[in-house]
Design a protein around this ligand. Structure first.
Ligand SMILES: *Cc1c(COP(=O)(O)O)cnc(C)c1O
Length: 457
């Protein structure tokens, strides 16, 4: 063996050892961010002409850089939307990298894309969309939403020549995720926000459409409902909204980036009724389906419409003759060309554990939210803002203002106890600062919740 190979083997063993330690650690140290200046002082120059060597770079990562990150899978990380990738999915993420698969075209990635599609079929089956519906894995919910919006806008333009060159208009509610507004800027579309953070109903939507000016009505190309708002877990009235979209002949997109995992949970599946009538659906497996970052998904009722919008033509792309080269090309259905087969870790984990295990794990989050709600109800110093929805709990500490919440978050994080951040929720015409839990990790316990509630006394 050459020296280089021995080094490589040692490095590989070090990396595997680290990976195994990290994924079996159920309570990793709750790191905190540092300024770039501080980090630079600690690590010095890492990019040099001759290299600093793998061992040194890896040690800097482990000893300094890693500690300036927050482990999103910590059982008391209940801020934003946490994550809890399965060990098998993480290990297979390493395998995915090691396998060097190009995931844009079937011609090169057939075996990997086949496996991704097996996982996708399960996802599609959860939605209840009709036969022919299919999807593709994206880098996340933002890219999935953008891919759907481009598809919807192109379809709208294809229906009527007068739509070409017109600025498109989309309707959603203030409970919708910020990525929709950001992606509307990318496609230069206007967004009309219905000012309700509670469940958006078909009636509200109908009333909004009825009140549009003629010009606005002509520009309306899509309605976006949310299948589990990121802030509060609220699911819009998908059946009612579907009906209005059908009647008004506009594209119906459901953003279930966070909530989509709950389609696998029998106890709440009925809340999503109507989702089977969507034209497109966003689900993030890296949120509530236990995939490592990054893995989103966009599903279309009619994938051909996505292909019309996204397929890239390149003279060097259509040269393959053999039968095996013909198949599903993920590049045709979303905004990205060269892509990682990022659905592979989900496929392996699903294949290993079975779908029942996934249902169980999602139900855990819902149960934790219920338990937290009950615990809050029995305590004097805190009260629910609204009943828990999906795995989100909004509650207030009686007598606290925004600064109290901020100090509390900071203290708990600094002490390495928990990361729980406050949020704002609509109250009358104003927004109130409140505390929020979002449960994803099945390893979170009632004791964890108790511990955190006690820090608010
Ligand atoms: C998180 C989220 C997004 C954005 O997804 P990313 O994966 O962060 O790009 C979009 N919509 C909803 C409802 C979300 O919760």
């Amino acid at each position: 063996m050459h020296n280089v190979d021995i080094e490589l083997v040692e490095m590989t063993l070090d990396v595997m050892k680290y990976a195994i330690n990290r994924i079996t650690n159920k309570s990793p140290e709750l790191g905190r961010p540092k300024t770039a200046e501080e980090l630079k002082l600690s690590v010095g120059d890492t990019i040099t002409e001759n290299g600093i060597g793998g061992e040194k770079a890896f040690n800097l990562f482990k000893d300094v850089l890693m500690k300036a990150t927050v482990p999103i899978d910590h059982p008391r990380h209940l801020a934003f939307v946490p994550a809890s990738p399965t060990r098998s999915a993480i290990m297979f993420d390493l395998v995915t990298s090691a396998s060097s698969i190009h995931g844009a075209y079937w011609m090169e990635g057939a075996g990997g894309i086949f496996a991704e599609n097996e996982a996708m079929e399960w996802l599609v089956s959860l939605t209840g969309l009709p036969k022919g519906a299919f999807g593709v894995f994206t880098s996340g919910g933002t890219a999935a939403n953008l891919s759907a919006m481009v598809t919807a806008r192109e379809f709208w333009r294809s229906k009527d020549e007068r739509h070409i060159g017109k600025k498109a208009l989309m309707i959603t509610s203030i409970g919708a995720h910020s990525s929709l507004k950001a992606m509307a800027r990318v496609i230069d579309a206007d967004v009309l926000l219905i000012p309700s953070e509670e469940e958006l109903t078909g009636q509200q939507l109908q009333k909004t459409i009825d009140n549009l000016t003629t010009n606005q009505r002509e520009r309306l190309f899509a309605v976006v409902a949310t299948g589990g708002t990121t802030n509060a877990g609220i699911i819009d009235d998908l059946s009612g909204i579907a009906e209005v979209c059908k009647k008004e002949n506009v594209w119906f997109h459901v953003d279930a980036a966070y909530g989509g995992g709950a389609l696998a949970a029998p106890s709440v599946r009925h809340l999503f009724n109507g989702i089977e009538q969507a034209d497109s659906i966003t689900i993030d497996p890296h949120k509530w389906l236990f995939s490592p970052y990054d893995c989103g998904a966009i599903i279309y009722k009619n994938p051909d419409l996505a292909k019309k919008a996204h397929k890239q033509e390149g003279s060097y792309l259509e040269i393959f003759k053999d039968e095996g080269a013909r198949g599903f090309n993920p590049a045709d259905y979303q905004i990205q060309l060269t892509r990682r087969v990022r659905g592979l870790p989900l496929w392996f984990s699903l294949a290993m554990h079975g779908t029942d295990k996934y249902s169980w794990a999602v139900e855990c989050g819902i149960k934790l939210a219920k338990q937290a709600g009950e615990m809050i109800d029995t305590k004097d110093h805190v009260e629910l803002v609204r009943q828990p929805s999906l795995s989100c709990v909004l509650f207030r500490r009686k007598g606290w203002g925004p600064d109290d919440y901020r100090n509390w978050t900071y203290k708990n994080h600094k002490e390495g106890l928990a990361l729980v951040t406050p949020t704002k929720f609509k109250k009358g015409n104003d927004f109130e600062t409140v505390a929020r839990f979002c449960f994803i990790n099945p390893d979170t316990t009632k004791d964890d919740i108790q511990l955190i509630l006690d820090t608010m006394k």
